[in-house]
Design a binder for this molecule. Structure first.
Ligand SMILES: Nc1ncnc2c1ncn2[C@@H]1O[C@H](COP(=O)(O)OP(=O)(O)OP(=O)(O)O)[C@@H](O)[C@H]1O
Length: 269
């Protein structure tokens, strides 16, 4: 066998190993908020794995720590303890600037209140992350056009965010989050400030992107939103209470009886 064939096989094997690795892996992730009052233990030693292509909803009561968990996964907040790997890479000692680079190209984030840049047009809001990630203006424009078309926003390119409905603004935020084809989309209550029509639209769009292979982790209070996912994690008091695989008929993935606080997920074992 030639050296070329050997190295092609080795590269294929490495790709295969990478593909079978979880996209997100957290071990003992912990975050305590320390402000004026008593410390708040928002995330308490969470173990979690998210495989490529999964659509995971994280639900739970207000104050359970869902948003904090999502922020830890996206590097918007840093944990006090535990370890996080994204796409096989340990993120523990990553500097803020390296996190920013990772977010720009590998992690799309949408928030409840859209967080669009108010003094930029729709087109500029979507193209900006592509340009910051090094795309040529031409490629950034092409990416923006494709997404606007897909999200039913063609004709709104020159509009300012304030001229759009909430649902339209969230679709722009979705386009902005996806323009760099991130490996993972993190969504924090993406329909939290939308009416039922806007909510249905966001569910439909997330479902469509998921069907094409987009990995999604979404925090939501809304049972309808959660049922669009193929896995639902119930979060309570900083811990994973339950982990249900809807795609497999609702079975509990933690191997424990639903309702038991495990805090640990051993997936794929
Ligand atoms: N920056 C902060 N400083 C101090 N406490 C915080 C901070 N952020 C969150 N908390 C507290 O941490 C706990 C978890 O908050 P978090 O927002 O993660 O919960 P959540 O489940 O997303 O709640 P909700 O559904 O209401 O958004 C809450 O008690 C909250 O008040």
């Amino acid at each position: 066998m030639s050296e070329d064939a050997d190295s092609a096989r080795a590269a294929e094997a490495a790709d295969g190993a990478r593909e079978s690795e979880p996209l997100v892996r957290a071990r003992g992730l912990t975050k305590t908020h320390r402000g004026e009052g008593a410390p708040v233990h928002a995330v308490r030693g969470v173990d979690l794995e998210v495989r490529r292509g999964e659509f995971v909803a994280v639900t739970g009561p207000s104050g359970a720590g869902k948003s904090t968990l999502l922020h830890l996964l996206g590097g918007l907040q840093r944990p006090d303890g535990g370890s996080l790997w994204i796409d096989g890479r340990c993120m523990d000692d990553l500097s803020e600037s390296r996190w920013a680079v990772t977010r720009r190209s590998g992690i799309g984030i949408v928030f409840q209140f859209f967080n669009l840049v108010t003094n930029l047009t729709v087109a500029d809001n979507i193209e900006l992350p592509a340009l910051l990630a090094g795309a040529s203006p031409r490629d950034a424009r092409a990416g923006r056009r494709e997404l606007l078309d897909e999200l039913g926003l063609t004709g709104k390119e020159r509009a300012m965010p304030a001229e759009l409905s909430g649902g339209e603004q969230q679709r722009v935020a979705l386009a902005r989050a996806l323009v760099n084809h991130p490996g993972i989309l993190l969504a924090d209550e993406p329909a939290g400030s939308l009416d039922s029509k806007g909510t249905r639209e966001v569910i439909r769009l997330l479902g469509r992107f998921h069907q094409r292979g987009q990995t999604i982790v979404m925090v939501t209070h809304d049972a309808r939103m959660a049922s669009a996912a193929d896995r639902v994690i119930s979060f309570f008091d900083g811990r994973i209470l339950d982990d249900a695989d809807l795609a497999a008929g609702g079975g509990n993935r933690s191997g424990k009886a639903p309702g038991g606080v495990t805090g640990v997920l051993e997936l794929g074992t």
